[in-house]
Design a binder for this molecule. Sequence first.
Ligand code: PEP
Length: 249
Amino acid sequence: ASSAKFFVGGNWKCNGTKDSISKLLNDLNSAKLEPDVDVVVAPPFVYIDQVKGSITNRIEISAQNSWVGKGGAFTGEISVEQLKDLGVKWVILGHSERRHVIGEKDEFIGKKAAYALSEGLGVIACIGELLEDREAGKTFDVIFEQLKAYADVVPSWDNIVIAYEPVWAIGTGKVATPQQAQEVHVAIRDWLKKNVSPEVASKTRVIYGGSVNGGNSAELAKEEDIDGFLVGGASLKGPEFATIINSVT
Ligand code: PEP
């Protein structure tokens, strides 16, 4: 990891019940966590209030999505204003499941990010290539295009954490090697340097996601440009999530 403060997010996706979440919260509240790490969990919308009411204030709350503008007649959507009302500080945008299962496009994701930032939320901005992109040698083209869609519209990079999540590694148990992740993280920083500013390139945290677990996080965290993790499956297990948080080097 670089000198930037380590950042670990837990994306619970569409998992959990009141009971299972209550148990997970007990585990998280009693876990010993390295102090110098930003820790965020992203529960399903319907459990955010429960989580906010019982989680240690050591851990901040993220949403897994937000509406692209002010609330109103948008059936089934949740607005940034409503998230702030519940004490949410972050939102995950551009997750591969929203891109590839739900069909969200770069431009729409960029607009969501711009709106959430303008309203004061932090954005965990996800990017990542499909296996077919990697095999066709297009990894960098794809992630640069996704980055550009954010860069074209965001008002500032101060509250953005970039999550590099190769789609072939998400929920598959097939983690990127530390070298594969480091190579892309360096490319992301170079892109930011050329297209945004050297300052943003050095300050912005670039975290890795895709089958991170308690057994592989320490090796990944040793890489200079890996500034933390976005964790799916393993974030549903309190002790393992704590191990990942504490793998900061
Ligand atoms: C994710 O959904 O952001 C993720 C990285 O999932 P998993 O850790 O389960 O691969």
